[in-house]
Design a protein around this ligand. Sequence first.
Ligand SMILES: Cc1ncc(COP(=O)(O)O)c(C=O)c1O
Length: 385
Amino acid sequence: MIDHIRQSLETIAAKDRMRAVRASEMTAGGRIERDGCQLIDFSSNDYLGLALHPLLKQRSCEFIERFGAGAGASRLITGTSQAHEDIERQIAAFKGTEAALVMASGWQANAGVIPALAKAAPRTVIFADELVHNSIHAGCRGAKAEVYFYRHNDLADLQRLLNDTASTFDGRVVITESVFSMDGDGADLAALNAIAAEHDAMLYVDEAHATGVLGERGAGLTADHPGAGVVMGTFSKALGGFGAYVACSQLMRDYLVNMCAGLIFSTAPPPAVLGSMSAALELVPEMDAERAHLAALSEQLREGLLAMGYDTRGSTTQIVPLVVGAEADALALGQHLLDRSIAALPIRPPTVPNGTSRIRFALRSTLSREDVDHVLSAVAEWRDA
Ligand SMILES: Cc1ncc(COP(=O)(O)O)c(C=O)c1O
């Protein structure tokens, strides 16, 4: 087996796709420190700068002092504390749903909840947008269901697939992200709600990148367009901490507590994580000024890149891709930016489709207009070289 593992790594290296983890530390003002250098951080998903917020740190410490370091067991054994139930009530109020569940991570939520849903009906079919996150793919692979991927945000393609196949199944699920993680564009939730209702399908929405940033009081786009049967999101991005939530009806919550393996067979999220969740849920609804600044920075970057003739896909949010096409170009541009103290990740296949290698800029409210100007001049310099 070791030989196969070595060979796999050699194949990855031969394609120049070797990845490695590198230590960085987030610092104030939208910076990170890496190898002793301060970089302007356009890579992390800490969109509102909450990861370093004093209240999140303080509340995590308080929760550790009061409840200890670990939950001790899974939710169904003895791992559910009053704090879990309080946070779940806070999440439901924030999202405008009847109930909610906290999960260990967004990846685990998608990988666990989708297979659980598929078990509800004797024959289930899933229709997912082709650009959904790896964790949704993992959930679909783990589900006993037939899975179809519709063209990205192409609702006519979804309708066609539903018309052709849906009636031969007992249960139907349509899955989308509300903001797509690599293209930074949004889904048409009003239309998806209508299509799901027309075909008696359940809509499942991943709000990982919308939670905290978009929608009334930062509650995500489903708060403005209710109707999905399951909404999941993370505390690991704009909410500055870790862990995830599922917002849903009480019936769905009861079902997942009984059927979702990722919840039943995994230790409950620990007090420190619940502390930062509780603080973020208090702060986020009041952060309209930060959201407005973030939207303005995103617009400034997008307009600058579009004016230079670059493709930013359909981005309308704080995620702004600069598509260069070839992998080598994405790597070269990434290095060019790094040489100018800008951390912005090159993203290549298999994370994005072939021929769409890009720099993915993730804007943060802790950045300034001058930081964005600096990026735009660095990109212009690279283009003109
Ligand atoms: C759309 C989407 N869903 C889920 C996840 C996973 O969330 P977490 O980082 O909390 O595991 C991510 C993370 O990158 C994501 O982009």
